[in-house]
Each structure stands twice: as structure tokens, then as C-alpha cells.
Design a protein around this ligand. Structure first.
Ligand code: NAD
Length: 255
């Protein structure tokens, strides 16, 4: 009989994962998906209340999760947490924020707020997780939740686009440096997904029409659209995938 290749496993049993921004939206969906695939997930977000409630919901489905309240812009605390709880086999960096304005009117404090979460915290979270993996001699998968806006521009989104393009660049450079350690680094790039972050955009009828006209599949995204993609990137199913972007954009960036 012909020897058949076997599909690498999408399971994450015995793996540990850290998900930032895990109390809401895409981060919560990622935490739920990784837990469902068998990972032990540390869920990190700022507010303890929403986080505890999110963790309880995942536990009720049989998932193994540990909530941890922490502001990712406190880089010292972030490093200490990762050193104490790691090494993490998987990082999903979903903490992020948006402060949209026309580029001519961008305020410096908005630029700094977006950069500190979307770029700086993402950078040092990846660095700290990679340091832990390398010290332990373990491979790993680091996933940055970027955006289609890491690949194209968007009206009133110069700061947000700058932050997501930065994420794409750091991901490629980190993938080059850490590949020899078996550490993969990729971005996951959603289109507009209905979450608390985008609610105000969707409440604007003109903006919603613009979004729906750009998504070739003709509908806006839901957090469920991200869940298979994050399990793929976290698992052995994507063992040769690094330094790249997985777009879940309904065809937005296709043209
Ligand atoms: P959300 O507002 O629902 O969730 C954001 C999460 O980040 C929350 O859990 C919040 O507590 C956490 N967070 C923010 N600042 C933090 C900080 N300083 N410390 C710790 N946690 C912090 O937003 P979302 O839509 O789920 O967005 C998650 C990620 O996905 C972001 O990086 C966003 O840029 C990206 N994204 C979202 C969309 C979309 O349409 N919703 C599209 C593309 C990319």
C-alpha cells in the first residue's frame, strides 16, 4: 500500500498560551479557540471584572484558563509576568486600540497611546516570550493580531495604519532572528470585525456602507472568523509558516 502523509495536528494539548486583550472581542475569541484546542491559556487584560467573567465562560465549556489583570503598557510588569508564568508555547497578542482622526488633526497623545499598546507592548511581549522559549530550548508560535490596515491605508486611520504596518515589519525581522530556535512569528490580519473596538464605526451608516462595499464576500467579519486561523497558526498544522501575514479579510486587500 502507498504510505500516506498524515495531516499535522491542529490540537494544542499540553501547550501553554498567553493571550493579551483576552477579555473582549478578538482576544476573547482567540482564548476560547486555543482552550477548545486543548491549550492551557493565560488570559490577560486590564480590567479584572470583565476578565473573570470571560474566563468563567471558557471554563464552563471545559477549557483551562487563568485570568490575569495587567496593563500591557507596563512593560516591567509584562516582562515579570511572562518570566514568572512562562515559557509560553504560544503568544497571541490581541491587546490593541484605535484613536481615529484625519491625519491633519492627529493629536500627539493619541499617537502615543496607540503606539504604546499596538507597537511597544506587542514588541516587548514577543521579546519576553521568545527569551523564555530560547532559555528553555523550546520552539513556539508567536501571533500578532495585526489588521488588513497593516497592508493598506484607511481614511482617518493614519495612526492605526502606522501601528499595524510596524507590527508587520517587526514580525518579519523577529521571524528571521528566531527561526533557528524553532520560534515562528506571524501576523493575523482581520478585516473589520464587529467588536466593541469597531462598534462606533459600524454605527456610522456611511462608514458601514464603505466597509461592506470593500469586502468581496459581502459581509462584515465576526469573531468566529478568526478562531480557525489562530488555531492554525498556533499549531503544528502551520509548522513551516513564519514571517508572514494570514489575512482574514474577506478579500478586502485582493483589489
Ligand atoms: P476590543 O476593544 O474588543 O478588545 C481589545 C482588548 O485589548 C480588550 O480586552 C482590552 O482590555 C485590551 N487592551 C487594550 N489596551 C490594553 C492595555 N493597555 N493592556 C491590556 N489590555 C489592553 O478590540 P478588538 O476589536 O477585539 O481588537 C483586538 C485586536 O484586533 C486589536 O489589536 C485590533 O487592532 C485588532 N483588529 C481589530 C479589528 C476589528 O475590526 N475589530 C480588525 C483588525 C484588527
Amino acid at each position: 500500500m502507498t504510505p500516506l502523509p498524515r495531516t499535522p495536528s491542529f490540537r494544542l494539548d499540553a501547550k501553554t498560551a498567553l493571550v493579551t486583550g483576552a477579555s473582549s472581542g478578538i482576544g476573547l475569541a482567540c482564548a476560547a479557540a486555543l482552550a477548545e484546542a486543548g491549550a492551557q491559556v493565560t488570559m490577560l487584560a486590564r480590567g479584572a471584572g470583565r476578565l473573570e467573567s470571560a474566563a468563567a465562560a471558557i471554563r464552563a465549556t471545559g477549557g483551562h484558563v487563568t485570568p490575569q489583570a495587567l496593563d500591557v503598557t507596563d512593560i516591567t510588569a509584562l516582562r515579570a509576568l511572562i518570566a514568572a508564568r512562562g515559557p509560553f508555547d504560544v503568544l497571541v497578542n490581541a491587546a490593541g486600540l484605535a484613536r481615529h482622526s484625519p491625519a491633519l488633526e492627529t493629536r500627539e497623545e493619541d499617537f502615543d497611546a496607540v503606539a504604546s499598546v499596538n507597537i511597544k507592548a506587542a514588541y516587548f511581549a514577543a521579546q519576553a516570550v521568545a527569551q523564555g522559549l530560547i532559555a528553555a530550548g523550546k520552539p513556539g508560535s508567536l501571533i500578532q493580531i495585526s489588521s488588513q490596515m497593516g497592508h493598506v491605508g484607511g481614511v482617518d486611520r493614519a495612526v492605526y495604519c502606522a501601528s499595524k504596518h510596524a507590527l508587520e515589519g517587526m514580525t518579519k525581522a523577529m521571524a528571521m532572528e528566531w527561526g533557528s530556535h524553532g520560534i515562528r512569528v506571524n501576523t493575523l490580519c482581520p478585516t473589520f470585525i464587529l467588536t466593541p473596538l469597531t462598534q462606533s464605526t459600524f454605527d456610522n451608516a456611511e462608514r458601514r456602507a464603505w466597509i461592506e462595499s470593500k469586502i468581496k464576500l459581502g459581509r462584515v467579519g465576526e469573531v468566529e472568523d478568526i478562531m480557525g486561523a489562530v488555531v492554525y497558526l498556533a499549531s503544528d498544522a502551520s509548522a513551516l509558516v513564519t514571517g508572514t501575514a494570514l489575512k482574514v479579510d474577506g478579500g478586502w486587500t485582493a483589489g
